[in-house]
Design a protein around this ligand. Sequence first.
Ligand code: GDP
Length: 369
Amino acid sequence: MSEELRCIGCGSVLQDQDPKKSGYLPSSALKKALESDDNEVYCQRCFRLRHYNEIMPVEENNDDFLALLNSISQKKALVVNVVDLFDFSNSLISSIKRFIGGNEYILVGNKVDLFPKNSKESKIKDWMRQEANRNGLKPEKIFLVSAAKKKNLEDLMAFLAKKGEKKDIYFVGTTNVGKSTLINAIINMNSDLKDVITTSKFPGTTLDEIKIPLSNRHYLIDTPGILNANQLASHLSGKELEVVEPKKPLKPATYQLLPGQTIFLAGLGRFDYVDGPSAGFTIYVARDLYVHRTKTENADTFYEKHKDDLLLPPRKEDNLGPLKGQTFSPKEKSDILFGGVGFITTPADVVVKAYTPEGIGLGIRRALI
Ligand code: GDP
């Protein structure tokens, strides 16, 4: 019988095949553990949890995770859904509605620092509410914050402090929305909380929660981040994300376009101006992303010729699928959304066709500016 090594944290059999399954350890670490006499080996998840207070993400349909969400609906709790304002539709978890039960539910839109300075917060909130409603979610309140820049956190904190007197507060969200950054910011602002973080296991599962005592008997609970295949961060390499994910407020670049002209946002977006007068279109993407204008009649050839050089990212290995188009005929000034890549503001009464790789998805909203 081959030797079986178990994690001393969670008891799972250690394996180096599937990072998403329990007991995972990278091959090199597993090999080292098997060769040494050291029996005190942690799987990667337990290691991170012990050392960085970090919870490993899970897939949305993970049974343990569904059970965890289900348990929230049985409790008296406040559910705080953290979303990425810059990739809102891909970070909204529609299945969450089944688990909110009769509980209070709020949306926290993070990364508001990326929006252009003159964006109207009321417009951003209106758009979030409409999208949430469309997905069957009825947030009681919407907060816009920047966890990284510690912007607008006071109102949220005051709200949470008040709710925390009466019930537990669960933070949920997909990966990469900034949930850890936000929780850390909250902890840092309440410096007396720093030393009281406890890590507990959700009973009967392999999932962990991080619990932060709030007031008498109530906790702020961080749940695992949910992996979403449509988020760019699930596909692009770290280096590519550096180029695509904006770090600073988006700087608008206005292009005067005639029908028959096309804009490429690297290989992650294509925008054809189909019909209308000569007009200004304003592009909001990360500063380092390659933007190229060409004639629509040459666009397919240009894409085929340059998809592996000028128009990177994505690379073939990123598995985002081919560009897929959708026609929009906005009747008012609108933003055409390209997943987590950015948006293009179009005037009213024009016809445009926008494309993204299948996985990322397109959207439209009333112009924020
Ligand atoms: P989690 O997976 O939801 O826990 O997300 P993280 O806290 O690890 O953050 C994901 C990425 O978003 C990191 O690159 C962060 O630096 C970035 N990030 C987090 N909060 C903000 C924010 O308020 N503004 C901006 N621009 N980036 C943020």
